[in-house]
Design a protein around this ligand. Structure first.
Ligand SMILES: Nc1ncnc2c1ncn2[C@@H]1O[C@H](COP(=O)(O)OP(=O)(O)OP(=O)(O)O)[C@@H](O)[C@H]1O
Ligand SMILES: Nc1nc2c(ncn2[C@@H]2O[C@H](COP(=O)(O)O)[C@@H](O)[C@H]2O)c(=O)[nH]1
Length: 205
């Protein structure tokens, strides 16, 4: 029997909204049924970040080679650094029938919308821009200058939220996780219904 291709789930939203926090919480749940695609970046590792766990850390030369070779599903330059999704891992995992979860910024999500319009697009939104700023400052990983650039970019990014299938407010981490799990479950049910309808149409029922 033909194996159903997995679902590509794209979680996007401004820097500091809590994408990583929500994603880690989702993946800490024992019944999580999707795989996380580890991104590549040219940014310097933050304290405690591990190569191959948080990111695959690359030089600009290595990253540009990957772009040339067509090794990335999408990539973007964000506040001075490259970020991108390895293509082979995503394809192999989806082909094996497993769902893949991407946590990326909005330019990359827009590229995936072009290449894989049947992916599920979720925008994680902050309660307000001032709360977003507080979260970025509170995280304490960027300089004031970089925080200012990320906030300026966030103002443009929130304009894009109407292009997404769903907008989830990250007020409380657990609420956001519950909403995302419900959206993914509903999407699977919708796809199953469409597939059944299509098969019965083919059989002439
Ligand atoms: N619902 C929430 N309420 C309060 N603080 C939160 C919430 N979600 C995340 N945070 C905090 O906000 C900060 C930024 O979160 P996180 O690093 O997960 O954001 P991000 O969207 O992944 O950022 P980036 O895109 O820069 O990687 C962290 O200090 C985190 O603990
Ligand atoms: N387009 C892509 N964006 C990505 C990817 N991996 C992470 N990101 C996003 O970049 C910013 C900055 O990340 P940070 O770790 O430096 O704070 C943030 O919005 C990430 O979600 C990717 O593969 N492609």
């Amino acid at each position: 029997m033909r194996k159903e291709r997995g679902l590509l789930i794209v979680l996007s939203g401004p820097s500091g909204v809590g994408k990583g926090t929500v994603r880690k919480e989702l993946f800490s749940q024992p019944d999580t049924n999707y795989e996380y695609s580890i991104s590549m970046t040219t940014r310097q590792p933050r304290e405690g970040e591990i190569d191959g766990v948080d990111y695959f850390f690359k030089t600009r030369e290595q990253f540009e080679e990957l772009i040339e070779e067509g090794g990335l599903l999408e990539h973007a330059e964000f506040v001075g650094n490259y970020y991108g999704t390895p293509l082979a891992y995503v394809n192999e995992t989806l082909d094996a029938g497993r769902d893949v979860f991407l946590e990326i910024e909005v330019q990359g999500a827009a590229q995936i919308r072009e290449k894989a319009p049947d992916a599920l697009f979720i925008f994680l939104a902050p309660p307000s821009i001032s709360e977003l700023r507080e979260r970025l400052v509170g995280r304490g990983t960027e300089t004031e200058d970089v925080i200012a650039k990320r906030i300026a970019t966030a103002n443009e990014e929130v304009e894009m939220m109407n292009l997404y299938d769903y907008v989830v407010e990250n007020d409380e981490v657990q609420n956001a996780c519950d909403r995302i799990n419900a959206i993914i479950m509903a999407e699977h049910c919708r796809r199953e219904r469409v597939e059944k309808r299509y098969l019965s149409m083919l059989k002439g029922e």
